[in-house]
Design a protein around this ligand. Structure first.
Ligand code: NAD
Length: 400
């Protein structure tokens, strides 16, 4: 069924703009018909800029607009729950930006509400939909990397653009909830969403800004099958927005640079005459422009998947359940950063599988008594084998 959808957009800030830009470009058939924002001046201008027939400063009115069937939530984190519960009551399809909740308890309430209402729902985690990530995920699924052992995901920039992000109560935390939620879901996608994240060790600190929330964080996430996730975030990185992912498996490696060092650099003494890229720190000198930002950040493929899923009655790549698991991981990060020990990821609802801890490779017997630890060709042309005697446990080397 190829339907077209009429959308209520909640929010006219950075994400409301990126979402609307993605949806309205290329003559999309899914268009924003009603927009809500706090300020009348801003919402009026946004409606006029994007050719949106109705605008309001009343969120409930926007959600209940009888002419729309989809609600997209792009407002600050502390308003997600209220928006989701109101939209579920209105029986609309609900697409919510990241993070789903300020914590797992909020996310769980939202998940249960949408499932009870039986409405279509999607978690708008754009960074698992970048063209590079989609291609990498497909390769991993096809076995190109063997077993994924370690995924490192990094998001750092000089700090967010609106006051509410810096307010712990409204945001639910600092850099870790804001950006670590992207990183955690990237890690889950590569290790396998079916594999349970079991525990977290996290460092968080406020190194630069005069705020209560953390502006830096690093966390290790251990999964049930022994694989590790490593997430790194900063609100004080200089030089733009650094989005990088690394995936290491038993048979291969992937490195991805999404925003800086993408192979596109420009030097200009006078400026290129427009917007450079999100969180760029200057517009002269050496620049790292981004060719098609909404595409490279995954928004295009995200909305294609989500609306296609809605029309075909299938489940999109990212759902509220994924948002809930991510919130549970982030909760464990905050707990560990205070306790300074490994903290369990508390998941009241787990819909994945069970996986045995660690599956060591190299079990084939050599000369009837050894297993191979490692083989390497040396600079002098010899090939060395490092072998383990299965009975005695002794490690020896042999030249081949
Ligand atoms: N890549 C991504 O997926 C991505 C990127 C940026 C932001 N986000 C998420 O989108 C949401 C909005 O972020 P943003 O960057 O667009 O924020 P923003 O500050 O740029 O815009 C916030 C919007 O919400 C409206 N609003 C309504 N009530 C408000 C209130 N009480 N306080 C502040 N604003 C209020 C504002 O009028 C504005 O239209 C957040 O949940 C954020 O985490 C996601």
């Amino acid at each position: 069924m190829n339907t077209s959808h009429n959308i209520t957009m909640l929010g006219t800030g950075l994400i409301g703009m990126f979402y609307t830009l993605t949806l309205h470009r290329y003559r999309s058939r899914d268009t924003v018909k009603t927009v809500f924002s706090r300020s009348e001046e801003r919402v009026k201008k946004f409606a006029s800029d994007w050719n949106i027939p109705k605008w309001t400063t009343n969120m409930e009115e926007a959600i209940n607009d009888p002419d729309t069937d989809v609600v997209i939530i792009g407002i600050p984190n502390h308003l997600h729950k209220e928006a989701v519960l109101t939209a579920a009551k209105a029986k609309k399809a609900i697409l919510c930006t990241k993070p789903l909740g300020r914590n797992a308890a909020e996310a769980k309430e939202m998940l249960e509400a949408v499932e009870k209402a039986g409405v279509f729902q999607a978690y708008l985690e754009d960074l698992v939909y970048t063209p590079k990530t989609l291609k990498s995920l497909e390769s991993v699924k096809n076995g190109a990397l063997g077993k994924v052992l370690w995924v490192r995901s990094r998001e750092t920039h000089p700090g967010p653009h609106s006051a509410w992000f810096w307010d712990m109560d409204k945001a639910g935390g600092g850099a870790i909830i804001d950006m670590g939620c992207h990183c955690a879901e990237i890690v889950r996608n590569f290790i396998g969403k079916d594999v349970k994240p079991v525990e977290v060790m996290c460092w968080a600190d406020t190194l630069v800004h005069n705020i209560d929330a953390e502006d830096h964080g690093i966390a290790l996430i251990r999964f049930e099958n022994g694989s590790m996730g490593q997430i790194e975030v900063s609100w004080a990185f200089r030089g733009g927005m650094d989005l990088r992912d690394e995936v290491a498996g038993t048979e291969g490696t992937i490195w991805m640079d999404h925003f800086l060092r993408t192979g596109f650099q420009m030097f200009t003494n006078v400026g290129q005459g427009g917007y450079v890229a999100e969180k760029a720190e200057g517009d002269t000198g050496w620049l790292y422009p981004v060719g098609d930002e909404v595409n490279e950040l995954g928004y295009t493929h995200m909305f294609i998947d989500v609306f296609d899923a809605m029309d075909k009655g299938r489940i999109p790549m990212e759902t509220f359940y994924d948002g809930y698991v991510v919130n549970a991981v982030i909760d464990a990060c905050y707990k560990s950063s205070k306790s300074r020990v490994w903290e369990p990821v508390k998941l009241d609802i787990w819909r994945g599988g069970e996986h045995a801890d660690k599956d060591k490779t190299g079990k084939e017997l050599i000369d009837g008594k050894y297993t191979l630890v490692k083989k390497e060709k040396m600079p002098d042309g010899r090939t060395k084998q490092i072998l383990k005697d299965v009975k005695s446990g002794e490690i020896i080397e042999k030249i081949k």
